[in-house]
Design a protein around this ligand. Structure first.
Ligand SMILES: [Zn+2]
Length: 359
């Protein structure tokens, strides 16, 4: 499980997959799961692999997109202006490498401009630049060169460029986009293991599009797949670094799979949350319960879909998400896989019906 986890995480984090342009992650999903069930997509591009079992429809979903950018304009002297796709803190952008995906499939390396301190007035050094003041340099001299020779067009998607790297500490890995490639790897790897055995439910594995721009893909994914219950997998922010209270931390690397009870986008179904915690305890799976003051996940859209869908969010905390370099502890990921498997195996008709029996 460990070897497969590392190779899957490497392949997924290396993929270029910003909101609305999730083709590379979808291709990995299809490649990994085509023998595990029937594949389909909704019309926005969210992808599904549905097993043949009887019983309640159990959805295990993660979002395929990562935060990135889109080409907004090309200046006459060949620099690229861009808009964000998802939430970025401008501090983390200057002088970072990016890859622009062209219509012909080329990946063009560029760097976000940054002025040397020599050329900055004192007041400018203390300012946070806004994204509309930045540009990407691909080493061209003119708009014509950027468009006609390099092949970049307005609207082309741009992803951070950063290499998946094992760290000195065993089981620590650094890469871009652990939010949410840990979730996608979880959907794939838990799905492959679960579909090898008979389940008391009909398992639907899912990769959604456009989560980072407002939980959009999950809306149509829910309407398309009609889940009776949904487990949403995420790569939430860790809060175990200097500046946070260690004692009050709810997302510690090495602390186990995170079970999220609340964020402003969704309240977990309390019976499902209770079951997830009970299962983790019974199976001895390291876990950390979190109540978040901010943030949101696809559960925000899934739980409001159709007649309502009981949801729980499981996560692998990652430091420095929404930047070029985030860090995870692989053991948290492996604990998430173990919990997904144990939880899904308990979701029979009676249990799932019980999650939303109110009379
Ligand atoms: Zn996410």
């Amino acid at each position: 499980m460990r070897t497969k986890a590392v190779s899957l995480l490497q392949e997924l984090t290396d993929a270029h997959s910003v909101p609305g342009h999730e083709d590379e992650v979808r291709a990995i999903f299809v490649d990994e799961l085509e023998d595990c069930g029937e594949l389909s997509t909704d019309r926005n591009g969210s992808v599904f692999c549905e097993s043949t079992g009887d019983g309640p429809r159990v959805l295990v979903a993660g979002h395929m997109d990562e935060v990135g950018f889109m080409v907004q304009n090309i200046t006459t002297d060949g620099f690229i202006q861009f808009v964000p796709l998802g939430g970025w803190w401008e501090h983390s952008l200057l002088s970072q490498r990016v890859e622009i995906l062209t219509r012909s499939g080329g990946k063009i390396l560029g760097v976000v401009s940054s002025r040397p301190p020599h050329l900055l007035a004192e007041a400018q050094r203390r300012q946070v630049m806004t994204i509309d003041q930045m540009f990407i340099d691909v080493g061209a001299e003119s708009r014509r060169e950027v468009m006609d020779e390099i092949g970049i067009s307005l609207g082309d998607p741009i992803a951070p460029c950063s290499v998946f790297t094992p760290m000195a500490r065993e089981d620590y890995f650094m890469a871009k986009a652990f939010d949410n490639r840990v979730g996608m790897a979880g959907v794939i790897q838990a799905g492959q293991i679960l579909t090898r055995s008979t389940l008391p439910n009909r398992l639907i594995l899912c990769g959604t599009v456009q989560e980072e721009v407002g939980l959009r893909g999950a809306k149509t994914a829910a309407a398309f797949s009609h889940p009776d219950v949904a487990i949403i997998l995420e790569g939430p922010p860790a809060d175990d670094t200097p500046g946070f209270s260690r004692a009050d931390c709810q997302g510690r690397l090495g602390g186990g799979v995170q079970i999220r009870l609340f964020d402003p986008s969704a309240i977990a179904n309390p019976r499902l949350a209770g079951l997830a915690i009970d299962v983790a305890r019974a199976e001895g799976i390291p876990h950390q319960v979190t109540v978040r003051r901010s943030g949101g996940t696809d559960a925000g859209s899934f739980h409001l879909a159709n007649n309502g869908v009981p949801c729980i969010v499981l996560g692998v905390p990652a430091r420095y998400i929404h930047s070029h370099n985030s860090i995870i502890d692989l053991n948290d990921y492996l604990n998430m896989i173990t919990l997904i498997i144990a939880l899904v195996r308990r979701l029979d008709r009676e249990t799932v019906d019980g999650l939303s029996e109110y009379l």
